[in-house]
Design a protein around this ligand. Structure first.
Ligand code: G3H
Ligand code: 13P
Ligand code: ZN
Length: 305
């Protein structure tokens, strides 16, 4: 059934588990995450970015996701990930998204508040929930203390931001980053910061850039020719700890992409005579589905729908 993120995340917050927001761009990635949700009896957030919309088309992607969600036996939302401007937000709401993120994290605080507030007014008038972001997701490892302070979320600003904007969920920066190269040295997240944000903010908190970049998948992709040396993600015990400290929504894109790529490489290398797209993309879909199932179990959302 198609619902908003607000409904999905309120239930998760009450019971101390997190829900995965999985990025999709095509039929295979959508089938992977929705089949995983149905099998795991897990709520699911299907996330679509502006660049996925440029790739697949708003009408095609939104129709595919809505049909999938409406036919699922578990709660599912159609969520705009990293919305950039009011125009895109309005188009997505028009196309049937049930939840939108406005990402003003690159802006000065006041501008971020003003843009997010405007999106909240538009979205709430249609019953759509809104995620805002405060703090930037750049790699923080080699930054000085001052530089880190400038990009990681400030707990007091977070409290003000939520009050001033009325967002339903807040994405924060505690040391994660997007993509497959999150750390050069030891992975490290600022859990103390997460604790103080949680104490000051009562809306669900969101962790972007949360892929774990599993060794097993990197090794498989590399065996079949991928060049991914130095790839490193967030260890699973860090994810468990983040959930225990109040993270309720966890965004995953990279781990699905890696699973897809590793399997396509394997199928093509092992079956040089194969040219049926379904025999190539089918196994890749299964590999993404395995990743989604493992995340639902790790996040504690399996069995919650
Ligand atoms: O933050 C979301 C993604 O990992 C980046 O996705 O390449 O579709 O913009 P994109
Ligand atoms: P990863 O790149 O770690 O998968 O993060 C995805 C994300 O935050 C999408 O919004
Ligand atoms: Zn993100």
């Amino acid at each position: 059934m198609l619902v908003t993120n607000r409904e999905i995340l309120k239930a998760a917050q009450r019971e101390f588990y997190a829900v995965g927001a999985f990025n999709i761009q095509n039929l295979e990635s959508l089938l992977a995450v929705t089949e995983a949700a149905a099998e795991e009896k897990s709520p699911v957030i299907v996330a679509v970015t502006p660049s996925a919309i440029r790739y697949g088309g708003l009408k095609y992607l939104s129709t595919l996701v809505r049909v999938a969600a409406e036919n699922l036996p578990v709660p599912a939302s159609l969520h705009l990930d990293h919305g950039e401007d009011v125009k895109t937000i309005k188009e997505c709401i028009e196309a049937g998204f049930t939840s939108v993120m406005i990402d003003g994290s690159h802006m000065p605080f006041e501008e971020n508040v003003a843009l997010t507030r405007r999106v909240v007014e538009i979205a709430h008038s249609k019953g759509i929930s809104v995620e805002g972001e405060l703090g930037r997701l750049t790699g923080v490892e080699e930054k000085t203390v001052e530089e880190r302070e400038a990009v990681l979320t400030d707990p007091e600003e977070a409290e003000k931001f939520v009050k001033l904007t009325g967002v339903d969920a807040l994405a924060i920066s505690i040391g994660t980053s997007h993509g497959a190269y999150k750390f050069k040295g030891e992975p490290k997240l600022d859990f103390e910061r997460l604790k103080s944000i949680r104490e000051k903010v009562d809306v669900p908190l969101v962790l972007h850039g949360a892929s774990s970049v599993p060794r097993r998948i990197i090794e498989k992709a590399s065996r079949y020719g991928a060049e991914l040396s130095g790839a490193k993600g967030i260890p699973e015990d860090h994810i468990r700890k983040a959930i225990s400290l109040g993270i309720t929504k966890i965004n995953i894109d990279t781990d699905l992409r890696l699973a897809f790529t590793a399997t396509v490489r394997e199928v093509l290398a092992e079956n040089p005579g194969e040219f049926d797209p379904r025999k190539i993309l089918g196994p890749a879909k299964e590999a993404m589905k395995e990743v989604a199932i493992a995340k639902m179990r790790l996040f504690g959302s399996s069995g919650k729908a």
